[in-house]
Design a protein around this ligand. Structure first.
Ligand code: NDP
Length: 391
């Protein structure tokens, strides 16, 4: 036997003895994914759809690309929620969508506060440009509604804090729509990492980006600081950052960063076209990532442990998430924990349950605030030429 295959066999038996690999002849890791649900957990997770009169009622605010393309279908597929109102600056679009989805109450951005008098709205889901999240969340809390707002939570730390304070004052729940926390493959990977299946986490690397088109309306506001709050890091880099903190069980202590915006690119007069970042943690481990509006569509993450690694590529796509686990130099194993398409309805159902119980959502305002604070620290370091910013 040559030394290479010998060492593989040694590692294989070591990992198997530690319960981290199947023994010879045992079924592979991939099927079924043990961390996703033991039978009793699967049974307790099995919930019948609520009938219409018992569902949590939502107003959808902003009928743009993401709301219409992903979240409204998510409401339709949900078991706990129903849409009862649309809030839009475009009455015709709202009416057309209302006819399609059986929604009969319509508001605009001026008369939005009158939702206070609408007993058929329990919650508000906000899918507006980032800088408008805080205003509409605070108005919704004043109207006595719970709020699920899109990511990133808001433009500034101060806005995030004001949203959290308004939720507390109204005794209502504030959730940030970090959908991958409800995406089966991301959830399964996080469970495996926490269960030690790749050993002790030593490093994380994540990249997230796409090429911004200044002529495409949903990208236009993303390039305007007054509406977007920040650039690629706010919009898509936040996925890789948030996932780093999903994988590493520590709070970071410092950050360094460098912009990667192409020199002279006319798209980026107000927000960054790209930024590379690195977080340090108290145990000494690090996480690094990049975000960009200049490279091709990428959402990939890799968590490196002392025994193996887990890679997600794509990691945060709407329809496709691909996960591989590899131990030492053994063949990688493909993991399948479910269809990513359920992430929208799963998120809506989880927030509906949190609102019904008036208990914090899994991804609450405090998480959104944490991430905006970190992104601001990333910008501070990049503005200062990569200086260490202590958190
Ligand atoms: P769009 O530009 O497609 O939609 C935004 C909508 O907001 C518009 O259609 C419009 O709705 C309303 N709006 C109100 N005021 C303005 C304004 N001044 N400028 C532009 N639009 C305005 O953007 P997206 O749907 O891509 O993004 C909306 C939100 O969703 C953002 O917060 C974004 O970060 C988030 N998002 C989240 C994703 C995720 O995966 N979780 C993915 C994509 C986006 P109307 O015509 O009805 O008034």
């Amino acid at each position: 036997m040559d030394p290479i295959s010998d060492s593989i066999i040694d590692r294989r038996s070591l990992l198997a003895a530690a319960g981290l690999l199947p023994l010879a002849g045992a079924p592979a890791f991939a099927a079924p994914p043990a961390a996703v649900g033991q039978p009793e957990e699967q049974i307790s997770n099995f919930k019948l759809p609520e009938p219409p009169g018992k569902r949590v009622r939502f107003a959808v605010v902003g009928l743009g690309t993401f709301a219409v393309g992903q979240m409204i279908p998510g409401f339709v597929a949900s078991k706990r929620a129903q849409m009862t109102a649309f809030v839009s600056g475009n009455p015709q679009k709202a009416q057309d969508l209302g006819a399609r989805y059986g929604v009969g109450a319509f508001y605009n951005y001026d008369n939005f506060d009158t939702i206070a008098n609408d007993p058929n709205i329990d919650c508000v889901y906000i899918a507006l440009p980032v800088a408008l999240h805080a205003e509409f969340a605070i108005r919704a809390f004043k109207a006595g509604k719970h709020v699920l707002t899109e990511k990133p939570m808001a433009s500034t730390v101060e806005d995030c804090e004001a949203m959290i304070a308004a939720a507390k004052a109204a005794n209502r729940q504030l959730g940030v729509a970090y959908r991958v926390h409800f995406e089966p493959n991301n959830v399964d990977a996080a469970k495996r990492i926490k269960a030690g299946e790749i050993g002790v986490v030593r490093h994380y690397s994540g990249d997230a980006g796409f090429s911004a088109n200044p002529n495409y309306p949903p990208h236009k506001w993303r390039l305007t600081k007054a509406l977007a709050g920040g650039g690629s890091m706010y919009d898509i880099g936040i996925y890789a950052l948030n996932a780093a903190l999903m994988s590493i069980d520590e709070a970071p202590v410092s950050v360094t960063a460098a912009y990667s915006t192409p020199a002279g690119d006319p798209r980026f007069t107000e927000v960054e076209g790209g930024v590379d970042w690195r977080l340090k943690f108290p145990s000494g481990i690090s996480a690094q990532g990049s975000s960009s509006y200049c490279y091709t569509y990428v959402t990939r993450q890799r968590v490196f442990g002392s025994l193996g690694s887990i890679s997600l590529d794509p990691a945060s796509d709407y329809n496709q998430v691909s996960v591989m686990m590899q131990h030492a130099d053994l063949e990688p194993i493909t993991l399948h924990a479910g269809s990513p398409t359920v992430q929208f309805s799963a998120q809506i159902d989880a927030f509906s349950e949190a609102a019904m119980a008036n208990q914090p959502h899994l991804t609450p305002g405090e998480m959104g605030l944490r991430d905006i604070r970190l992104i601001q620290a990333i910008y501070k370091s990049a503005d200062a030429g990569g200086q260490i910013v202590t958190l």
